[in-house]
Design a protein around this ligand. Structure first.
Ligand SMILES: [Zn+2]
Length: 172
């Protein structure tokens, strides 16, 4: 069961945030598991927990998901054209919205607040991607720290709420 679940996650095109993850216990020691209660389910604030879970399982309304389907008078839009509604530059996916995009001030402020908390949560938590690592690597690393998850879930809740308030960008 655990093996087939691990296989399904590692070969999914959608569950990228759950792939290549390492998790840590509260002392920072690496642990490896798939079929266990995930720490993100322990986030106490329900709206924050729901937002993080939606993000991890691609059950959100960012363009990367929404624009893959045809709607009335609109064909599905190719992956690389599902651009961010705020910057029109990067693909509007989970990592871009939460960690990368700098075009929408409320998100920039919420992200800066989140990053400022990291040094207070544990000395080994990197406050930014190490050299040679991508924002996706950084996101996966953050997911491995139980102490980070409530703060990350709060940030994700803010980010998804902001994106939900504005229309998707549809390239002409
Ligand atoms: Zn953007």
């Amino acid at each position: 069961m655990a093996h087939s679940l691990e296989y399904s996650i590692s070969h999914s095109k959608k569950l990228v945030l759950l792939q290549h993850r390492v998790e840590r216990n509260n002392e920072g020691h690496l642990i490896f598991r798939t079929y266990a209660q995930r720490d993100y389910l322990m986030v106490k604030c329900p709206p924050h927990r729901i937002a993080l879970t939606r993000l991890l399982f691609s059950s959100h309304s960012l363009a990367i998901e929404r624009l893959q389907w045809a709607e009335r008078r609109r064909q599905p839009i190719h992956h690389h054209l599902r651009l961010c509604q705020f910057c029109h530059q990067g693909v509007e996916n989970e990592v871009h919205a939460v960690l990368t995009c700098t075009a929408h001030e409320p998100i920039v402020i919420a992200r800066a607040h989140f990053l400022s908390q990291l040094p207070l949560l544990g000395t080994a938590i990197p406050p930014h991607p190490p050299p040679g690592h991508s924002d996706l690597d950084f996101f996966r690393a953050l997911l491995g720290w139980p102490a980070v998850l409530p703060w990350l879930a709060q940030l994700v809740h803010t980010v998804l709420s902001e994106y939900d308030q504005y229309p998707l960008y549809i390239p002409q």
